[in-house]
Ligand binder design. Structure first.
Ligand code: GDP
Length: 433
């Protein structure tokens, strides 16, 4: 995709050693070109590039930074700001209604999303209320059956609202219900009325608009009209694979102030991911270059954010492990962090396994925790062997990995307990004030 071109910008910055107006102008021009080529709208491009230019020329270079790191940091931060937050849908009971024009990928997305939540341990079902495109029924039914997802539809019923009402009644005990609604070629009155009626009857927790990445600049008008009609909570961009135009949907989301929830990245049900702004920008800029820099930025800027005392308060759950891992990832190699903890003095034996907790392992732990339910996260004691198996499958890891995380959690928990007892007085972590 054209956004790949941004990697050239990073390369250019990398090879220059002094900051001057011309360099900044040139970088900004490259960024503009790349964003425009990706169909990000002109206003949006101007906002992002003006902010970069202004900051790059006016802000002081941090003492531990060199010029190119300074610029990359600003480019990264402004792209992040320009893209905005993603929509986080918590893992609990919810009804999600999908709307969008015909061909946008709604039906495929319905199945993808159901599978996404099912993999995270929720009971997921779909309702097909697309009475406009008859093939949608069979398409969704087949996918639901193939992935062991609950399905409700009525091929002979023309009243979409009735189908939704009946489906919700039948699926009362499901955690996540995704409703696929009809799309047409244009947002006409009949479609609007039907959407409003379904939304009234279903009372969905989330109304997500499915937008095809390839529609480019049309995304804005389309999103606005859907938003005006029923109020949209989040956007799913489909066909993000192999298109240069994803920027249109991105701009649309930003302009209307709606977060992006998911990305469809291929035709297969597995080709689906939660939208993560940081990961997204890093991908745009070429991960390798950005990663090392970010670690450094965060070490310098956010050191004070890691509040060891917070970990000592209340119950230590897997959520805290998650936070810890996030903080550690920002701070560099885990072995360094562990070195800072006076574990020996606590009479705790840290075996080699734990010292070898590498960045990759931490990443794996994060995937594992992403596959757990809220209940499991807050109360890991309930995780038995069948849950371990499910979590391993959901996160693409092995039961051994899950057990390892649980062991890590237990060790950290006992460390925290001992610290809480005040054995070491206040904040016994070297390097923190
Ligand atoms: P609907 O009319 O909105 O329900 O659209 P469909 O779900 O039937 O999708 C229309 C076409 O887009 C189908 O051929 C899908 O396989 C394809 N499609 C959907 N999502 C994606 C995606 O993320 N990537 C790619 N490459 N194709 C997709």
């Amino acid at each position: 995709m054209a956004l790949e071109a941004l990697k050239d910008v990073v390369r250019k910055i990398k090879s220059s050693s002094s900051i001057d107006k011309y360099l900044v102008e040139e970088i900004v021009r490259d960024i503009q070109r790349a964003l425009l080529r990706a169909d990000v709208n002109v206003r949006h491009v101007k906002q992002i590039s003006d902010a970069i230019k202004k900051r790059a020329l006016s802000e002081d270079v941090l003492p531990t930074f060199n010029v190119r790191e300074h610029i990359i940091k600003i480019v990264y931060e402004e792209l992040m700001r320009g893209i905005g937050e993603g929509l986080d849908i918590p893992l609990k009971k919810a009804k999600i209604m999908l709307v969008g024009l015909q061909g946008s990928g709604k039906t495929t997305t319905t199945a993808k999303m159901a599978k996404y939540f099912k993999d995270k341990g929720l009971k997921a079902g779909v309702i097909t209320a697309d009475t406009w495109r008859p093939a949608a029924y069979d398409q969704l039914k087949q996918l639901a059956e193939a992935y062991d997802i609950g399905f409700y539809g009525d091929k002979n019923e023309k009243d979409a609202v009735k189908i939704v009402r009946d489906g919700l009644e039948k699926m009362k005990d499901y955690d996540i219900i995704i409703i696929d609604t009809a799309g047409r070629h244009a947002l006409e009155e009949g479609l609007i009325n039907e959407m409003i009626e379904i939304s009234r009857v279903a009372n969905p927790d989330y109304k997500l608009l499915v937008l095809d990445a390839a529609i480019g600049q049309l995304a804005s008008t389309q999103a606005k009209r859907f938003h005006d009609a029923i109020g949209i909570d989040g956007i799913v961009i489909t066909k993000f694979d192999g298109t240069a135009k994803g920027g249109g949907a991105l701009s649309a989301a930003r302009e209307i102030g709606i977060p992006i929830a998911f990305l469809g990245t291929g035709e297969k049900v597995e080709d689906f991911e939660k939208f993560d702004p940081a990961g997204f920008v890093s991908r745009l800029l070429g991960m390798g270059d950005i990663k090392a820099l970010l670690e450094k930025v965060e070490r310098v800027v956010q050191q004070e954010d890691l509040d060891p005392e917070a970990f000592l308060k209340g119950n230590f759950t897997l959520k805290d492990v998650y936070k810890q891992i996030e903080a550690m990832r920002k701070m560099g190699p885990v072995s360094k962090i562990i070195e800072m903890l006076p574990l020996g003095g606590l009479g705790l034996k840290i075996d080699d396994d734990m010292m070898e907790a590498t960045q990759e392992k931490m990443q794996k732990f994060k995937y594992i925790m992403d596959s757990m339910t809220e209940e499991e996260i807050t109360n890991p004691a309930i995780i038995d062997s069948s849950r371990i198996r499910r979590i391993a499958i959901g996160s693409g890891t092995s039961p051994q990995d899950v057990k390892e995380l649980l062991k890590y959690y237990k060790t950290m928990k006992s460390v925290m307990k001992k610290m809480k007892k005040g054995k070491f007085g206040k904040l016994p972590i070297k390097g923190f004030p």
